[in-house]
Design a protein around this ligand. Structure first.
Ligand SMILES: [Zn+2]
Length: 432
């Protein structure tokens, strides 16, 4: 396809007018001022539209769309113990599939093509994302309550191996779309022996490790009482940073934690909505940026957000950062967009994604700029972060394939998905 005469965000995160973009074989073939020979390609009129990289959401629990609104008003630990864990004990693989498919609808419509996701029954629900035309780095977050528990006999390990086998068996068709990450849920939900083993497994297999870190003050302080050190220092001691770490939340990091993470190239997934909604706090991302730490954007699951809209996170991240530092220049719209696109892709190990660049995988979204709240189009990136709505996105493309266009998600039956998701939620409730 050729997207003709369009405004784009180029690989330097500069806005360029009147460009022509050719997509072929799932990748950007050319990005030029002059109109290339169409050679029979489908032509899409880009006038009045803005093309930028699609979003890479770096922290999610996508089947939890089914738990939306379930357990409101509780602090994290009570919310987990009283509502979430009992529900999850009855949450079948089939229900998770429908939860993930429901999530895919929302993600795709709001411009997201790829998520880092922590949950269970990875193959079962990962299939829903794959069928929808998305990508995902899936992991099963280890939870252990017994000192002698071993990672290598735990379901988290077995589930991860099952996904790795699925990826092997479907190598050609999958083409890197579903990826397996390693994971431990958190410091507070684990014992030392199993943590060491999980980190060892990640390092041996050169996998990204997804983990929750210092989300609440209570959790952070209790770790210091338990182990005499912060969660980040404790993870370092157990070998976590021998592989690439993707750490969600990081609200309560201390200066030494930031140093450790920066030194090891660990990446933060900033989840502002979830942190505010659960009363966890505000992650000091300006401090992270100043120290050279890598920041990406995540929504977290729909039971703690309660939506999967990355654009809302961008908007909030900008407001919180500027408001909390009393500095209107604390963070730029371009920096935030980069965090949600290119840096998110890199945090998922997707090195050829996240930029509008020749040779890269063609993951992009089109905004319709002919909207009252985007007029005048003087500072396009400020408009995207501070004024745009996800409903301004009129096309989502993943690996060169159009998966959303003009209000229609092309590979998901919306009506069926909403019905099955509601039915699945009801069935779990009845079984409690
Ligand atoms: Zn989470």
């Amino acid at each position: 396809m050729i997207i003709k005469d369009i405004k784009i965000l180029d690989e330097q995160f500069q806005v360029k007018d009147h460009m022509n973009v050719v997509v072929e074989g799932g990748r950007f073939l050319s990005i030029t001022k002059g109109m290339p020979d169409p050679e029979g390609r489908e032509i899409i009129d880009g006038r009045g539209k803005f093309m930028m990289p699609a979003f890479y959401n770096t922290h999610c629990h996508v089947p939890m769309t089914l738990l939306r609104g379930y357990g409101e008003g509780l602090p994290l630990q009570r919310w987990l113990n009283e509502r979430i864990f009992p529900f999850e004990a009855k949450f079948s693989p089939e229900y998770k599939y429908w939860g993930a498919k429901l999530g895919a609808l929302e993600l795709i419509k709001s411009g997201c093509v790829s998520i880092s996701d922590m949950y269970f029954d990875l193959v079962d629900y990962g299939r829903a994302l794959f069928e929808a035309g998305m990508k995902a780095n899936l992991c099963n977050g280890l939870v252990t309550f017994d000192d002698d528990a071993s990672y290598y006999t735990d379901n988290a390990y077995k589930d991860t191996l099952r996904l790795m086998q699925w990826i092997k068996d479907n190598e050609k068709e999958n083409d890197g779309r579903l990826a397996a990450d390693a994971s431990v849920h958190s410091e507070y939900a684990n014992k030392e022996k199993a943590l060491r083993e999980a980190f060892e497994f990640a390092a041996e297999n050169k996998m990204i490790t997804q983990v929750h870190v210092s989300e609440t003050k209570l959790e952070h302080e209790e770790c210091k009482q338990r182990h005499g050190m912060t969660p980040v220092a404790y993870f370092q001691k157990l070998g976590a940073f021998q592989s690439q770490v993707l750490a969600a939340h990081c609200v309560w990091l201390e200066a030494e934690d930031i140093d450790i993470m920066t030194e090891h190239g660990a990446v933060v997934s900033h989840n502002p909505s979830s942190n505010l909604k659960l009363g966890s706090g505000i992650a000091p991302i300006k401090e992270f940026y100043d120290k050279g730490m890598k920041i990406t954007i995540g929504t977290d699951g729909a039971s703690s957000n309660n939506n999967l809209n990355v654009m809302e996170e961008l908007h909030l991240a900008a407001l919180l950062c500027r408001g909390s530092t009393l500095d209107a220049n604390a963070i730029s719209a371009a920096d935030l967009i980069k965090a949600a696109t290119r840096d998110g892709a890199l945090a998922q190990g997707r090195t050829d994604c996240g930029l509008i660049k020749e040779g890269f995988r063609a993951d992009f979204i089109l905004f319709d700029l002919d909207r009252e709240h985007l007029t005048p189009d003087y500072d396009t990136l400020a408009n995207i972060v501070f004024a745009a709505q996800s409903s301004d996105i009129v096309m989502t493309v993943c690996d060169g394939e159009i998966i959303y266009k003009d209000g229609e998600v092309l590979f998901v039956d919306e009506e069926e998905t909403r019905a099955k998701a509601s039915e699945s939620f009801k069935k779990v409730l009845e079984s409690l």
